[in-house]
Ligand binder design. Structure first.
Ligand code: HEM
Length: 349
């Protein structure tokens, strides 16, 4: 039986995230199944892997996609507003954001799959992950055993299909690159295929690229869709707040979308006089920190004005984590959501 130490204090949270010698990422076994069998978190050279995942979706590189995202957002808003029936906003935003990730990472020259098909498969996996997590939290695994088994096998089947589709796309692209059939200017999968180590040897196998892409699609799919949906709901309730960043920050605080992340102690460590033993599991509860009344007064209240001239102390606001796994998609999320908000506020209510 492994002991768990739950972290809810910003100073300790920061220490655990930044002490990468003593604390390493370690997610529950059942969840690792769906992040690809090689799981990128275990690849020794995680820095290079992180860089390849972050490269097209941070800083200057993101500006390459702003026009494309803007066009897609305008098209979607027009479509949604012309529907006669109510739409399911969460599904619509999630599909839109999924399309962005597919465009950025897989490029445009791909055949043999559709974005909708891939999205549906990821949905099956996400739904299973979320449901299994809830069944575990509510201690229902024993009573809901058949439901758990069905979800698990549906997700495994979806994972297998995703792996096959991605493998085929990588193979097609490898062949096209070998034949010098012209590379795509903006396609991160090609950059991953061509990445080399310091000796000039190819850095990544198909397996590693598939795992990275699964990690990116997982990370950027439901979490970002959920967060953006809440941003839209909150902005409708607070139309007088003009600084969109405040609404986004307050939404990320009030509804912490990744409620916890997991680490494991690699050595015995003394924290404030208590020994955390090697092998102990450490869930870090971001939600508890974000709802701590000592840090955020009246924490239940959705109050964008709390961000007026407020810079949180290190560890007190960590919707995207911290340290070596710091979310590479945070800037993409902020830009796509700012574009969506901009066009929504300009023409719709
Ligand atoms: C509101 C939106 C999002 C939230 C709240 C969020 C949250 C997080 C958090 C907390 C982590 C750290 C996990 C840990 O330390 O164990 C993380 C990692 C990650 N996120 Fe996000 N994320 C969001 C959007 C995105 C998007 C849009 C993408 C990609 C397009 C993405 C891709 C990733 C990836 C690939 C990792 C793993 C990084 C690594 O292994 O180095 N996320 N995210």
């Amino acid at each position: 039986m492994v002991a768990s130490i739950i972290v809810t204090d910003p100073k300790i949270l920061r220490r655990i995230y930044l002490d990468e010698e003593c604390f390493v990422p370690k997610y529950p076994k059942w969840s690792e199944v769906f992040v690809g069998s090689g799981c990128v978190m275990k690849i020794a050279d995680h820095k290079s892997v992180h860089r390849l995942m972050a490269a097209p979706i941070s800083g200057e590189a993101l500006s390459n996609y702003v026009d494309y995202m803007e066009k897609e957002v305008v098209k979607c808003l027009e479509e949604w507003s012309s529907m006669r029936e109510p739409i399911e906003l969460l599904n619509e935003i999630t599909s839109l954001y999924f399309k962005f990730i597919a465009r950025i990472f897989l490029g445009t020259k791909v055949s043999g799959y559709s974005t909708q098909q891939l999205e549906r498969l990821f949905s099956d996996m996400d739904l299973a992950l979320l449901s299994i997590f809830l069944l575990i939290c509510l201690d229902l695994l024993s009573t809901q055993h058949s439901r758990y088994t069905t979800l698990f096998f549906t997700a495994l089947k979806a994972l297998k299909e995703v792996e096959e589709i991605l493998n085929k796309i990588i193979e097609d692209k490898r062949r096209a690159l070998e034949r010098n059939e012209g590379r795509e200017e903006l396609c991160q999968m090609e950059a991953m295929i061509e990445a080399t180590d310091e000796n000039g040897a190819k850095l990544l196998s198909n397996r590693a690229i598939i795992d990275m892409l699964i990690c990116v699609f997982h990370g950027g799919n439901h979490t970002a869709g959920h967060a953006a949906m809440w941003v839209l709901i909150h902005i409708s309730d607070h139309p007088h707040v003009f600084q969109k960043a405040k609404i986004i920050n307050e939404t990320l605080r009030r509804t912490t979308f990744v409620s916890q992340t997991f680490r494991e102690a690699k050595a015995n460590v003394n924290i404030n006089g208590y020994i955390i033993r090697k092998g102990w599991s450490i869930p870090i509860w971001h939600r508890v920190v974000h709802m701590d009344p000592q840090i955020y007064s009246d924490p239940q209240k959705f109050d964008p004005s709390r961000w007026d001239n407020y810079i949180p102390k290190a560890g007190a606001f960590t919707p995207f984590g911290m340290g070596k796994l710091y979310c590479p998609g945070n800037e993409l999320f902020k830009i796509e959501t700012a574009i969506l908000l901009h066009h929504f506020l300009l023409h719709y209510k």
